[in-house]
Design a protein around this ligand. Structure first.
Ligand SMILES: NC(=O)c1ccc[n+]([C@@H]2O[C@H](COP(=O)([O-])OP(=O)(O)OC[C@H]3O[C@@H](n4cnc5c(N)ncnc54)[C@H](OP(=O)(O)O)[C@@H]3O)[C@@H](O)[C@H]2O)c1
Length: 360
C-alpha cells in the first residue's frame, strides 16, 4: 500500500519535532520535514528516516510547490499565527488536502473559518487551534458536557508550567496576544466581560503550591457552547506561585513579550529562573463541568498534566491519526470541538506517554 504523505511545517522546531517523534514510528506514513532552512530540514529528516523540503509558509508560490502530492499538512510554523497569511490552509482547502495547525489566535481562527466552503467542496478537513490551548480544554469541555444532562456549567483552568527550556519567542508572542484580550465568559447565551479580578486556588500535586488564577478567555472556545448549549463557561489562567511563575505573570502583564528585543530578554530571564530548584516543570489543564448525571447533580473533571509543548504535539499527532484513519468524516474548516470525536480523542490522548490525563 502506498504510504500517506504528511508534510510537517516547522518540523525541526520545538513543537514540530515532537510531532515528528510521535508519528515517525508509523510505517504507513512518509513524513516530510519542512521549514525555511534546508540544512536543518535535511538533518532532521535524516534522523527520523523522513524526507524534507524547504518552504516559507508566508509565500504562496513556495507553499503551492510544497503541497504537491501531500495527504495531510501539519502546520507547526513559528508563528505568531495572528496576522499570518492563510497560504497553507487555503492551498490545502483548494487541493482537498487535510490540514491541522497549532494556532492559539482568535484573529487567525476567524479568517481560517472562512475557508469552510472551499474545503467542503474539495472534501478536505481543516482544523485550527489544535494544541494545549484552545484544543485540549475546549474538547474536554465538550467531552464532559456530552456525559451530563443540561443545564451544564463548565470551567477551564489553565496553569502555565515552567518547562521553560521548550518555550520559544513565538510562543511568548502568541501568549502576549492572548493576555491582551479581555477576559470573557459565556452566560445567558451571550459573551460577557468577566469582571471578577482573580482567585487563589490549590490543586493536587504536582501543583501543591497555591496558584493565582485570573479570568481569561478566548472566543476560540465558542464552538463548545454551540455544540452543547452550555449554560455557563468561564476560563481561568495563571502561573504557579514559584519565582518563575511569578516572573512569567509579571512579564506578561508588563508587556515584555510584545517587542522582539524585550521578548528575547524576557525569555532569557525566564530560562535562568527555570534552572532553580524550585521551578516546577509541568503545566496543567483542569476542566470541570457540572450538570445532572443519572438524575443526580454531579461534577465531572478532566486533568491533563505535562509539558505544554508536549501536550500540544500529542494533541496534534492524535488528531493526525484520526484524520488519516478516516475517523473524522466531516469536511470543511473547523475549530476542534466541531469536528473531533471527543471519546476517541481522549481515549487515545490518555495512551500517550509523558502526559497524564485523569478523569473523574
Ligand atoms: N496551541 C498551543 O497550545 C501551542 C502551544 C505551543 C506552541 N504553539 C505555537 O506553535 C508554533 C511553533 O512554536 P515552537 O515553539 O515550535 O517554535 P519554534 O521552536 O521557533 O519552531 C518554529 C518552526 O517553524 C519554522 N518556521 C518559522 N517561520 C516559518 C515560515 N515562515 N515558513 C515555514 N517554516 C517556518 C522554523 O524554522 P525556520 O525559522 O528555519 O523556517 C521552525 O522549524 C508557534 O506559533 C506557537 O505559538 C501553540
Amino acid at each position: 500500500m502506498e504510504k500517506r504523505r504528511v508534510l510537517i511545517v516547522g518540523g525541526y522546531g520545538t513543537v514540530g519535532r515532537l510531532v515528528v517523534e510521535q508519528l515517525c514510528g508509523d510505517q504507513d506514513l512518509q513524513l516530510i520535514i519542512a521549514g525555511r532552512n534546508r540544512i536543518k530540514a535535511e538533518e532532521t529528516a535524516q534522523e527520523f528516516n523522513a524526507s524534507s523540503c524547504t518552504l516559507d509558509a508566508n509565500e504562496l508560490p513556495s507553499v503551492q510547490e510544497a503541497l504537491i502530492n501531500i495527504d495531510l499538512v501539519i502546520n507547526c510554523f513559528g508563528g505568531p499565527f495572528t496576522n499570518a497569511p492563510l497560504a497553507l490552509a487555503a492551498t490545502a482547502a483548494e487541493r482537498g488536502i487535510d490540514y491541522i495547525d497549532v494556532s492559539g489566535s482568535m484573529e487567525y481562527s476567524k479568517r481560517f473559518l472562512s475557508l469552510a466552503s472551499t474545503a467542503e467542496e474539495n472534501h478536505a478537513t481543516l482544523i485550527t487551534g489544535m494544541g494545549a490551548n484552545p484544543g485540549i480544554p475546549s474538547l474536554a469541555v465538550c467531552w464532559l458536557a456530552s456525559q451530563l444532562e443540561p443545564p451544564v456549567e463548565a470551567e477551564i483552568n489553565f496553569i502555565f508550567g515552567s518547562n521553560i527550556e521548550t518555550l520559544s519567542p513565538a510562543s511568548l508572542q502568541e501568549m502576549h496576544y492572548l493576555f491582551k484580550n479581555p477576559p470573557l465568559l459565556w452566560q445567558h447565551q451571550t459573551w460577557q466581560l468577566n469582571k471578577v479580578s482573580g482567585k487563589q486556588q490549590t490543586f493536587n500535586p504536582p501543583f501543591h503550591k497555591s496558584v493565582y488564577l485570573g479570568p481569561s478567555f478566548s472566543y476560540d472556545m465558542m464552538s463548545a457552547t454551540e455544540i452543547h448549549d452550555l449554560n455557563r463557561l468561564s476560563a481561568w489562567s495563571g502561573c504557579q506561585s514559584t519565582f518563575q511563575g511569578t516572573l512569567m505573570y509579571l512579564g506578561m502583564k508588563l508587556g515584555l513579550a510584545k517587542h522582539q528585543r524585550t521578548r528575547h530578554l524576557f525569555l532569557k530571564l525566564l530560562k535562568s529562573a527555570g534552572q532553580s530548584a524550585t521551578a516546577v516543570a509541568e503545566s496543567m489543564i483542569f476542566v470541570t463541568a457540572s450538570g445532572k448525571y443519572q438524575g443526580l447533580q454531579a461534577v465531572k473533571s478532566v486533568q491533563c498534566v505535562g509539558d505544554e509543548v508536549f501536550m500540544t504535539a500529542a494533541a496534534v499527532s492524535t488528531t493526525a491519526r484520526l484524520l488519516l484513519d478516516d475517523t473524522v468524516s466531516r469536511t470543511g474548516a473547523f475549530l476542534p470541538p466541531s469536528v473531533i470525536p471527543v471519546d476517541l480523542f481522549f481515549d487515545r490522548l490518555q495512551a500517550v506517554d509523558c502526559i497524564k490525563v485523569s478523569v473523574d
